[in-house]
Design a binder for this molecule. Structure first.
Ligand code: ADP
Ligand code: MG
Length: 321
């Protein structure tokens, strides 16, 4: 299959996800040298990009459907953590030889999530090489209303959506050749787009958990100049972690990446919002600790004793010792 056939197939198959592209602000989409897009008056453009490399960001046997799904999901998760409304995507594909069946599965995975969140594919790039997918997601936020990492204050509640630790657990099972029934926890993260938008005007800081709870909370603490107290028994876990020994479970929850849940800080007088958001959006929201003065992050067991995690999260290029 050649480049232009492939681009045409991607264009044809993704256009079903967004039939009325002029309503979507697309002045010029796939087919020219660049896309021309209309940002609604009075909005700021929010842009995020992320690359998924085979073997690093997804197991090599991941289906094209799930690769596309995850690539869009992780980028929408970045927009969600800013409180943005997603609108467009650009897609760069580096592919070894592919056929139209591969592309059909890929566009189906893309469409599944694009339709849910109203995202239109407006361009990209295609080249041959090792399997690697880059996606750029574009969206909007009202001027000055974006959620940033830097606004947390002592006394704010630390809240996490959904459950954490599941993706890392599934990855480890796969890597050790064991049977996995919950593979969706790794392959199909749910970007918390509606939640991110709901948090605008309430949350003092927000980030999505891609590298692990401690690593990503660490970014918030550093940017905000604060410390934190985490209560380990309050960390929400998926059913698949039920029954694991505490230390093992905490390790997945504290240091395992790839869950793409939102972690946010909330001034305590907004606490009543949590039940409302949770019910309206059908998402679990767990208070897992509190922002403190200082710069340390303390992990406490239910009896109040400190726990010292052995690993803090995933980082590319980190030296093995
Ligand atoms: P150029 O050589 O001018 O960069 P290309 O031949 O790479 O143009 O691409 C032609 C058109 O197809 C452009 O509008 C580009 O955005 C789009 N395109 C190329 N690859 C993809 C892709 N993987 N997904 C979506 N659109 C793509
Ligand atoms: Mg090009």
């Amino acid at each position: 299959m050649q480049e232009f056939q492939l681009i045409r197939q991607v264009q044809r198959e993704t256009s079903v996800a967004s039939s009325n592209s002029s309503d979507r602000g697309v002045i010029l989409g796939i087919g020219d040298d660049a896309a021309v897009l209309e940002v609604p008056a009075g909005q700021h453009l929010v842009a995020a990009t992320d690359t998924l490399n085979a073997g690093t960001h997804f197991p090599v046997d991941t289906s094209p459907y799930d690769i596309a799904y995850k690539c869009l999901a992780v980028n929408l998760s970045d927009l969600a953590s800013m409180g943005a409304i997603p609108r467009w995507a650009l897609l760069s594909l580096s592919l070894p030889r592919v056929d139209s069946k591969w592309v059909r599965s890929f566009t189906a995975g893309f469409n599944a999530l694009a339709q849910t969140h109203g995202v239109t594919l407006v361009g990209g790039d295609t080249s041959s090489g090792p399997l690697s997918i880059n996606l750029t997601a574009l969206g909007f936020v009202e001027p000055g209303r974006q959620l940033e990492r830097s606004g947390a204050n002592p006394g704010d509640l630390i809240v996490v959506s959904g459950t954490i630790g599941g993706a890392a657990y599934v990855l480890e099972l796969l890597q050790s050749g064991r049977a996995v029934s919950e593979r969706h926890l790794l392959d199909r993260p749910q970007p918390r787009v509606k939640l991110g938008q709901a948090l605008v005007g309430y949350a003092s800081a927000c980030i999505d958990i891609s590298d692990g709870l401690l690593a990503d909370l660490g970014h918030v603490l550093k940017a905000s100049g604060c410390g934190a107290r985490l209560e380990l028994e309050k960390l929400p876990h998926p059913d698949t972690l039920e029954g694991l020994e505490d230390r093992l479970k905490w390790n997945y929850q504290l240091s395992g990446g790839d869950d793409y849940e939102l972690l946010f800080t909330l001034p305590s007088h907004h606490k009543v919002q949590l039940a409302y958001w949770s019910q309206r959006l059908d998402i679990g929201l767990s208070i897992i600790g509190e922002i403190e003065e200082g710069d340390a992050c303390r992990c406490l067991r239910s009896d109040g004793t400190a726990y010292h995690p052995r690993d803090t999260g995933f980082e590319h290029f980190r030296q093995k010792v």
